[in-house]
Structure formats: structure tokens, C-alpha cells
Write a protein that binds this ligand. Structure first.
Ligand code: PMP
Length: 360
């Protein structure tokens, strides 16, 4: 079977090794005589998987001891709510850097729960750039500053994070976690839905500094970080299959040379695509400003709406999946997360060059 050229934005391509490995153990996990999905989440066999996923993530991202990893449900979208619920006291203000629709959504939810303010925004330029992180300042008594590290829809990505900020920095890393090394100690909280770089949908990873986890008995139990932290994310039934697949993805990342190895490959994949855009004499036009370009989501349009449509149609016929831009911005988007093979990116660059040759 030939694997599809999958450029979906999420759920997205998974490493073939992960799928094979899961298949191998599908019917009989660890000689238990049953599949992983049929194990009790209180069994030693499952707990080993759960804890191994935490250990692998800790080692891959060098997560310091004073951080807790949580495996939650409800997607990154529930974190838009849980974060202000847990970290925004009534007498403080949470600041949001607006760099796309997902940051807007995060702000909207926080605004329902407390005082919020916009620290900086690139909305006036249709979110085509990331503001200079050095220019971001928030008052010392703010609750936190929230950023979206990679803007999946617009194809922009922060290349450096704010340093002039003394309050906890919170990052939605749904679409670029584990794509490049980060210094976790600079963040108060990092969260990511798994379905782009970490595994299948169904589990959301939260990495939170322990001092930010406070017991608040007034909060609904399931929406409190404290509940999940104190029970090793086993307060209730976790998404066991998603966490198992996450553990396999993390093993695969380790085999690729860890996050450094993956980052080198991601740089190469992104460079090939941006080179085609830059060398096309305007035939392809990137949405993002050059210095803000995402290495995960490459967004572009062609010279006219009709040509863009023809490109997408022909690409589809040639076996490329998921190249349509998000419904809110249109155009084209190639999502090239960790698991998208270099060879598939090279096939796309060939297709783009050939399409240009035939149509200009
Ligand atoms: N944040 C970002 C940056 C995203 O790309 C997405 C999903 N595409 C979300 C949040 C929402 O994630 P979920 O569907 O897991 O709630």
C-alpha cells in the first residue's frame, strides 16, 4: 500500500513506524491476551505506558523537576477555559498576544471568566506576521501572558519568545510542540492538542510549573489542574489509546535524534517549500512575512482565485491531501508536521514547479 501524501492540518500524518508498532501489538498487548484499549486504566500494564509517555516527554523536552505533565481531554479548546479558570484571579488581568484566530478564541473564553487585555496584535495585517517579542510588555501584577507559538491557519510562528515579561508565560503550542527545542523553564504553562505533532486526537498535553497548581475547591473538580496533578492524570478514565499512541510517537521522535534531529529535518522540509515559493517570481505568494514564517504550516496563494482552485484540484488528483487553506483565509496550506516525510515534501515541490511550468 502506498501512503498518501498527507498535508492535513490536524489530525495529521502519523509516523508509519508508530502505526506498524501499534498494529503489531493490536490484538495482544504485552502478552495480556487483550488490546491496550481493553486494559483497565488502573492496571500495571497501562500505568507503565502512561508513565513512560511522561518520562519520554520529560527527557525529549528536558522538562525540569518543578513542572508537572498532565494528560487531559477536551482538546486545546478546553484549555482556553481551564487556564483562566485556574490562573486568573478576579483582581488580576490576563494579557493575550493576538496572532491569529486561535489566540482570539483563547481570549474570548478568558474574557467570559475574568479581566483580559490585548498585549499586542497583528490583526491589522491579516495576521501575516508575529510582532517583535522584545516589544511585548505587560504589567508586573498581570496574571499571565498568553501566546500562540504557531498559528496553524496563517502559517506564522514565533522565532523567539518575550523576555521582558515577569509574569507566567503561557503558550498554546498545539501546532509546533516538539518541532524544535524550547526552554521549558521560560514558561509557566505549555499546552497542546496531540493531533498534529504528538499523536492522534483525544489527548491534550499540559506542562505546568508546579507552583501554579493551586487547590481551589470552588472550581468544578474536573476543570481544576490540581485534581489531575495530584492523581497523575488518572483521576478519571484517561484516553488510554491516545496516550499509548503518544508514547509511541515520543519513542519515534527519540529515534530521529530527539527534538534536535527532528528540528533539522523540519528546517530542511520548510526550506524546500519556501524556496519554491520564493523562486517562483510571484507565481506562488506566501501569506506570512518572511521573518514570521512557520516551519509547520506553509500558507500561500496563486496569482488568481481561479489558478488557486485549479492548483488545488490538480494536486488532489495527483494524490496530495489536505492542501486547501483553512476556510477562514482560503488559498493553500501545506502542513508539514514532524511526521510528514521529506520525500513527500519533495514530491510536493516537484508538483508545484511542474504546475508553474504548465500554467504561467
Ligand atoms: N490552538 C491551535 C494553535 C490550533 O491549531 C488548534 C486546532 N487546529 C486549536 C488550538 C484547537 O485545538 P482542539 O481542536 O484540540 O481543541
Amino acid at each position: 500500500m502506498k501512503r498518501a501524501y498527507n498535508f492535513n492540518a490536524g489530525p495529521a500524518a502519523l509516523p508509519e513506524w508508530v502505526l506498524q508498532e501499534a498494529k503489531e501489538h493490536w490484538l495482544n498487548f504485552n502478552d495480556t491476551g487483550m488490546s491496550l484499549m481493553e486494559l483497565s486504566h488502573r492496571s500495571a500494564d497501562y500505568e507503565a505506558v502512561h508513565n513512560e509517555a511522561k518520562e519520554l516527554l520529560t527527557s525529549l523536552l528536558s522538562i525540569p523537576d518543578n513542572y508537572e505533565i498532565l494528560f487531559l481531554q477536551g482538546g486545546a479548546s478546553l484549555q482556553f477555559t481551564m487556564i483562566p479558570m485556574n490562573l486568573l484571579p478576579k483582581n488580576q488581568t490576563a494579557y493575550y498576544a493576538l496572532t491569529g484566530i486561535w489566540s482570539e478564541k483563547a481570549l474570548k473564553e478568558a474574557s467570559k471568566l475574568g479581566n483580559t487585555a490585548i498585549s499586542i496584535s497583528s490583526k491589522n495585517e491579516n495576521y501575516s506576521y508575529i510582532p517583535n517579542s522584545e516589544q511585548i510588555e505587560v504589567p508586573k501584577d498581570a496574571a499571565y501572558l498568553h501566546i500562540t507559538s504557531n498559528n496553524t491557519i496563517y502559517g506564522t510562528q514565533w522565532s523567539s519568545y518575550p523576555t521582558n515579561v515577569s509574569v507566567p508565560l503561557i503558550a498554546d503550542m498545539s501546532s509546533d510542540i516538539l518541532s524544535t527545542p524550547i526552554d521549558v523553564s521560560k514558561f509557566g504553562l505549555i499546552y497542546a492538542g496531540a493531533q498534529k505533532n504528538l499523536g492522534p486526537s483525544g489527548v491534550t498535553v499540559v506542562i505546568i510549573r508546579k507552583d501554579l497548581i493551586k487547590e481551589d475547591t470552588a472550581l468544578p473538580t474536573m476543570l481544576s489542574f490540581h485534581t489531575h496533578a495530584k492523581s497523575n492524570s488518572l483521576f478519571n478514565t484517561p484516553p488510554t489509546l491516545a496516550i499509548y499512541l503518544l508514547s509511541l510517537v515520543l519513542k519515534w521522535v527519540k529515534k530521529q535524534g530527539g527534538v534536535e534531529g527532528i528540528a533539522a529535518l523540519n528546517n530542511e522540509k520548510a526550506k524546500h517549500l519556501y524556496d519554491v515559493i520564493d523562486q517562483s517570481n510571484g507565481f506562488y505568494r506566501g501569506h506570512a512575512e518572511e521573518t514570521s514564517r512557520s516551519k509547520m504550516n506553509v500558507t500561500f496563494t496563486l496569482q488568481s482565485e481561479n489558478l488557486t482552485k485549479a492548483f488545488l484540484q490538480e494536486a488532489k488528483e495527483a494524490g496530495f491531501v489536505g492542501l486547501n487553506g483553512h476556510r477562514s483565509v482560503g488559498g493553500c496550506r501545506a502542513s508539514i508536521y514532524n511526521a510528514v516525510p521529506l520525500e513527500h515534501v519533495m514530491e510536493l515541490t516537484k508538483f508545484m514547479k511542474e504546475f508553474q511550468r504548465k500554467n504561467q
